[in-house]
Design a protein. Structure first.
Lengths: 174, 581
């Protein structure tokens, strides 16, 4: 009996040690698996996208935002990160993300060039980014403004940002 | 010694018990479901030996499996057909289980296991599709994760699966781990539990669950029929519908994303409701279905129910399934008859076709398939053309609407017929006709001038002379044409054209703006014209003056040198109809 009891104790200790060891290995493994999901995002840099003189007055122009693309374990120099619709009025420029706030498809110009148009779910937006009034729209919010500035050298720069699509509130991601 | 007793000797008890319940079609569909899973497993294992999960290598490795390895396409197609079969046969197995009453009493856990396997089949499809990293997989997954992130608690789960906020290398690494390790592990455990609970529910030896169940001949024949049907279905579909591999995923492409058929019903439902209810529909519909499946075994618990009494239970699951099937059909039919979508799909197909063409012709660089596409004059050249040139010049189906162009039409540029047309009517609307600064600058060689002074002594140029000059010009436009390729044509051009035009740097009128004719039609000429039209290498500095209304802008500071090369090659090729999409 005593032998049985000590044997049971040994087995319990063995099982306990094994579970503790497994846990000690599993916790950092789980942290490793979760790490990229919680990667802190630093503030995105200002990226030149156009010269002010090249933008027609009043008519939106779509430009690519080209900067270093850091993708997990690689850095790709000077890659297109996304597209932005720029509209110039005199010396003022406004920028809207060309990524649809509904589900992230690329927003185009409508064929008659009077408004923005997303081909995936036929959402339409005015040139100021607001959803076209009176037309059913799948998006819960207007197009997303992108921080934009004009430098002294009359170069238009933007700070590229992505937003969570499909929700009413405008939340920056990545 | 039979195999069974051989195993029994080594692996312990192998008592068998006859199945006491009557033969069942739902069991047979369960067999079909497991067979589909097994085919997915075998083909998936094969593919995992050639697949490389990173943004640069995913598409390339799938392309290699599909187009370079013998039988690779069949393995991919079988994998996809079997995955989709597991959804169809799984749903059928679930429906039949409810119809036959095999969800009640001791069979509840087996029923839930069955439902879990169907859910896992969806999980495999969601995590497997984006692995090939083409536009269809990429944008499909982006839409799925965007929908998921908008659900309560979805944001964190999506961030875990995606590996941050943007689809990329982490996403592929994680999807691969989920698709090939975690989900199979979970699926294996669920199937094991399913088998175990089936044994306890279906047969026992002296009150203990049997290690093996002896199926009756009637059951075996049903299993056999379904196994045969699912095998034939998978092979026929695999041969008829090849697994897709569209153009490499381009995060900034204008891609018209549409869901795979098994999400079509949710897509239709989601689109049918006001925006504020979309998340509710996308998350609520599967949640309601899940709740029904969870609740079914509890309905009328502890009582014997006749098949008539079970009918409402069956309807609870059958009505949504039939509605889903109808919505799927309606959605697919709508897409098929939507001309705008079909046009977008045709242009996406053309890009995919081009991607395969280049990959086969040049191979894929280590930088990846997207880098390969961006170095392609046809694909990226068209992109550049649409971005920089199409607001003024027509070329093929690109450019402003008829009569709205503010530059010459480029179709045929650099060819004999273009030169002939120019000498005949330079002010045609496709040439200088719509350019105020250039209209009237070049005289016609066939039409009498309207000015009385110019009319004096004017004679049309004989056709053979025009033809000779046009032929010489066209020859000039061939890459690497020798300097003395057509001395007669050259002499004639010198005599008739260099009064205004530059010809190898010489002209009688240094103040004119007429362009250099030597090398006209070559890539180098076009590149220079795009970079800076006013250098004497093409047009003259005077052509860029503010007085020349509607002159072409310089692009040297706007387009990178490598892109200038691509764009010039693209315009020359496309103008000659040399390379079609």
């Amino acid at each position: 009996m005593a032998e049985d009891a000590s044997r049971r104790r040994m087995l319990t200790v063995l099982a306990g040690v094994s579970v503790a060891g497994l846990g000690a290995a599993a916790i950092p493994a789980a942290r490793l698996a979760a790490a990229p999901a919680s990667g802190a995002s630093s503030e995105s840099p200002w990226v030149p996208v156009a010269k002010l003189a090249d933008l027609p007055d009043g008519a939106p122009t779509r430009v690519k935002v080209i900067a270093d693309r850091i993708d997990g374990f690689t850095t790709d120099r000077q890659q297109p990160l996304g597209q932005v619709w720029l509209t110039r009025k005199g010396d003022q420029v406004t920028a809207l993300s060309a990524s649809c706030p509904h589900l992230g498809c690329t927003v185009d110009m409508s064929p008659d060039r009077t408004q923005f148009f997303c081909p995936c779910h036929a959402s339409t937006f005015r040139f100021d980014g607001e959803r076209t009034p009176g037309v059913p729209n799948k998006s819960l919010r207007s197009m997303d403004p992108i921080p934009v500035r004009v430098t002294q050298a009359k170069v238009v720069e933007v700070q590229w940002q992505r937003f969570t699509p499909g929700v009413e509130a405008r939340e920056v991601v990545g | 010694m039979s195999v069974r007793s051989w195993i029994s000797e080594r692996a312990g008890g192998c008592e068998s018990a006859p199945i006491t319940s009557p033969p069942s079609w739902s069991r047979a569909f369960g067999v079909a479901l497991l067979l589909s899973f097994a085919i997915c497993g075998v083909t998936g294992l094969g593919m995992s030996f050639v697949y490389a999960p990173s943004v640069a290598s995913a598409w390339a490795s799938v392309f290699y499996a599909e187009h370079m390895l013998a039988g690779g396409w069949l393995v991919r197609s079988l994998h996809k057909a079997a995955a989709e079969a597991s959804i169809i046969f799984g749903v059928m197995a679930l429906l039949l289980a409810v119809f036959e009453g095999r969800y009640r009493g001791r069979r509840d856990l087996a029923f839930w296991c069955r439902a879990l396997v169907v859910l896992l089949a969806f999980g495999f499809c969601i995590t497997g599709n984006p692995l090939r990293w083409d536009n269809r997989g990429y944008y499909g997954f982006q839409t799925e994760t965007n929908i998921g992130a908008a659900l309560p608690g979805g944001k964190m789960l999506v961030a875990l699966v995606v590996g941050g906020g943007t689809l990329g290398n982490w996403t592929l690494a994680r999807l691969y781990a989920l698709h090939t390790l975690l989900l199979p592990l979970v699926a294996g455990s669920v199937v094991w539990l399913w088998a175990k609970t089936s044994r306890r529910a279906e047969g026992s030896v002296d009150g203990q669950p049997a290690a093996v169940l002896d199926r009756s001949n009637a059951q075996l024949s049903r299993d056999f029929v379904l196994a045969l049907i699912v095998l034939v279905e998978i092979f026929v579909v695999a041969f008829a519908v090849r697994a897709p591999l569209e153009s490499p995923a381009d995060p900034i492409a204008s891609y018209d994303a549409r869901p795979e058929w098994y999400f079509q019903a949710l897509y239709v439902l989601r689109n049918a409701v006001p925006p504020k209810m979309q998340a509710l529909v996308a998350g609520g519909t599967p949640a309601v279905l899940g709740a029904i499946i969870l609740a079914l075994p509890f309905l009328g618990r502890g009582r014997e129910l006749s098949s008539r009494q079970r009918a409402p239970h069956f309807a609870l699951l059958a009505v949504p399934v039939v509605a889903f099937a109808a919505l799927t059909w309606a959605g697919l039919h709508h897409d098929k008859t939507d001309p705008v979508l079909q046009k977008a799909l045709a242009s996406q197909d053309a890009v995919s076709h081009r991607a395969l063409q280049i990959a086969k012709a040049t191979g894929i660089p280590p930088a990846g398939a997207l880098a390969m596409m961006r170095a392609d004059p046809i694909f990226h050249g068209e992109d550049l053309y649409r971005e920089h040139c199409a607001s003024c010049h027509v070329l093929g189906d690109m450019g402003p609407a008829d009569g709205k162009a503010t530059g010459p039409k480029l179709d045929g540029w650099g060819t004999e017929s273009w030169a002939m047309a120019m000498m005949d009517d330079p002010d045609h609307k496709d040439k200088f006709g719509l350019l105020p600064g250039f209209k009237g600058k070049m005289p016609s060689y066939t039409h009498e001038p309207s000015d009385p002074e110019e009319k004096k002594g004017w004679k049309p140029m004989p056709e053979e002379q025009r033809r000779s000059i046009a032929k010489w010009l066209a020859r000039e436009g061939e890459e690497n044409a020798p300097l003395d390729h057509d001395t007669d044509g050259y002499k004639l051009a010198k005599q008739r054209c260099s009064g205004c035009h530059l010809l190898r740097g010489d002209t009688d009128d240094p103040d004119d703006i007429a362009p250099e004719l030597a090398g006209w039609g070559t890539t180098a000429w076009m590149r220079q014209q795009i970079a800076d039209p006013g250098t004497n290498a093409t047009y003259r500095p005077g052509s860029m003056s503010a007085q020349i209304e509607g002159h072409m802008p310089r692009f040297v500071e706007k387009i990178a040198p490598a892109d200038l090369d691509l764009l010039a090659r693209f315009v020359r090729f496309r103008a000659r109809g040399l390379v079609s999409k």
